[in-house]
Design a protein around this ligand. Structure first.
Ligand SMILES: Nc1ncnc2c1ncn2[C@@H]1O[C@H](COP(=O)(O)OP(=O)(O)OP(=O)(O)O)[C@@H](O)[C@H]1O
Ligand SMILES: [Mg+2]
Length: 262
């Protein structure tokens, strides 16, 4: 049995028969799913099962590869983001993404946080005061303001990895996203740093809908409200995290969680 809906909460992302192929190889075989608004949703499954591909469908950055074809629907804020007239810049402001390795730009902390904001906000709407406000708010939200407020001219690339990852989250925030996608955001971090990013995810939940891909089952249990288990391009089971881990309905989920494969 394939479970597609974890709870009845309002959905932030709804997919219908979402298929994606790289050239002739289909990597997602018709995914139907609803991701709850304000929750932290985890995507788990063995390497190559399509976790990253699914995540990258939610802001259409898979299309940066030129051999990609997508069909089906991904509905965000009431509209199918695959409609021909969707503005990709607006979409990517609303649905931000952070990657495995933190990738701040080799410019100051201040300029990192304000980079997207300056690019996407008309000059008339962003005086010095509004920039300062956006900067402080974003760094406060990722718990870096007190630490860095006197070091804003330092290069973002000189920070510790965990702080760099927080900076990469911070730079999304002035664009007022509603959804933040994270693809194994802690895989380059040590356990202490991982715990700090996990705490941050919990703090950001509610204000933002978070979808996080992780290979770390303990992390999935600690930080996610709901979990999606994928296998070979199919969604096998999607339920409240506690239920998925304690009472998986599908034998394949149980086998994966018990380490029988992957
Ligand atoms: N750019 C690409 N071009 C061609 N095939 C790709 C590309 N990216 C991914 N694939 C293929 O699509 C399938 C799903 O890959 P994907 O990276 O989404 O898996 P994943 O679950 O994120 O794996 P991992 O846990 O290793 O990160 C795999 O078979 C992979 O080889
Ligand atoms: Mg991946």
């Amino acid at each position: 049995m394939i479970e597609t809906t974890a709870t009845a909460a309002a959905s932030a992302i709804t997919t219908r028969q979402l298929r994606l192929s790289y050239g002739a190889n289909e990597a997602l075989h018709g995914i139907d799913l609803k991701i709850s608004a304000g929750a932290v949703s985890g995507v788990i499954g063995p390497s190559g099962c399509g976790k990253t591909t699914l995540l990258r469908c939610f802001n259409r950055i898979n299309e940066r590869y030129d051999n990609v074809t997508t069909s089906g629907e991904v509905v965000i804020h009431g509209r199918n983001i695959y409609d021909a007239d969707v503005d990709l810049i607006e979409l990517r402001k609303a649905v931000g993404i952070v990657f495995q390795r933190p990738n701040p730009l080799p410019i100051s902390i201040r300029d990192n946080v304000l980079y997207g904001y300056r690019l996407h906000t008309p000059r008339a709407q962003r005086g010095r005061a509004s920039e300062e406000e956006a900067l402080q708010k974003a760094l406060e939200e990722v718990q870096l303001w007190d630490l860095l407020k006197d070091r804003l001219k330092e290069k973002g690339t000189r920070l510790q990895l965990e702080q760099q990852q927080k900076l990469c989250i911070a730079r999304l925030l002035p664009l007022k996203p509603s959804i933040i996608l994270m693809d194994e955001p802690c895989s380059a971090l040590d356990p202490g740093a991982t715990e700090k990013i996990e705490n941050l995810m919990r703090d950001l939940a509610g204000t933002y809908t978070i979808v996080v891909v992780t290979h770390n089952m303990a992390q999935a249990r600690r930080v996610t409200d709901e979990c999606i288990f994928m296998l070979l391009g199919d969604l096998i089971e999607h339920r409240r995290t506690e239920d998925l881990f304690i009472r998986p309905r599908d034998q394949r989920t149980a086998d994966y969680l018990e380490g029988r494969f992957g």
